[in-house]
Design a protein around this ligand. Sequence first.
Ligand SMILES: [Zn+2]
Length: 261
Amino acid sequence: MLIDTHAHLTFKDFADDLDGVIARAAEAGVTRIITIGTSLESSQHAVEIAQKYPGVFATVGIHPDNATRTPPDFIATLRELAHSSRVVAIGEVGLDYFRRTQERIAAEKSIQAAVFAQQLELAVELGLNLAIHERDAWDDLLALLAPFAGRVRGQFHCFSKSLAQAETVLAHGHLVSFTGIATFKNAPVVQETAARLPPGSFMVETDCPYLAPVPFRGKRCEPAHTRATAEHIAALRRMSLAELAAETTATAEVFFRFPTA
Ligand SMILES: [Zn+2]
């Protein structure tokens, strides 16, 4: 049994066939899916989907791309949403400087940092862990996380960096998660990281509708494709899919503490 620890079931890509998407996931052995909030609206929507489908859980949070258009009292809304027993983390939260001019980074940096820091405080307050999004902002993100060491843990989602950087993440008490990128021929660095990290330090995810793994590359990704990524990583680690699934599922269960009822 596999868990897709990062899916965007709230995206309009899934609006027409969500029942089928979730059924196909279950057929592929992906029995649990965490659907991710990226704004107040999508967090609310994520909780609604998680309330409707027994195998789906939610995170609530403001993605750094949405930091500049979030109302000042957003934490109160997130806190209220997070009280649902279907919510298993705060996320996805973090920093993103990708494809931005220096001027734009300068203008956004402090806003992204403040929105992230407030959500770190909320995670500590609620005893929830974090789904972390980081793009082109590695040093700043680690600096913002540092004061929270030992109080909250992060899952560095869609991890696509080196083994050394993964080891830095682990040394600070956090974990990583791999998407379909780990199946791409042009991603040898991620493959080396996925092959060599210790068991218990990583999970799997799709980040669907993006990043469909080989052999689905270029198509709409969906949670069922977690299996193809897991198969590929199992092969890299010279173990069976069942063993890899058992390890990554156990890791995710400890990290997200899914409700049993
Ligand atoms: Zn995402």
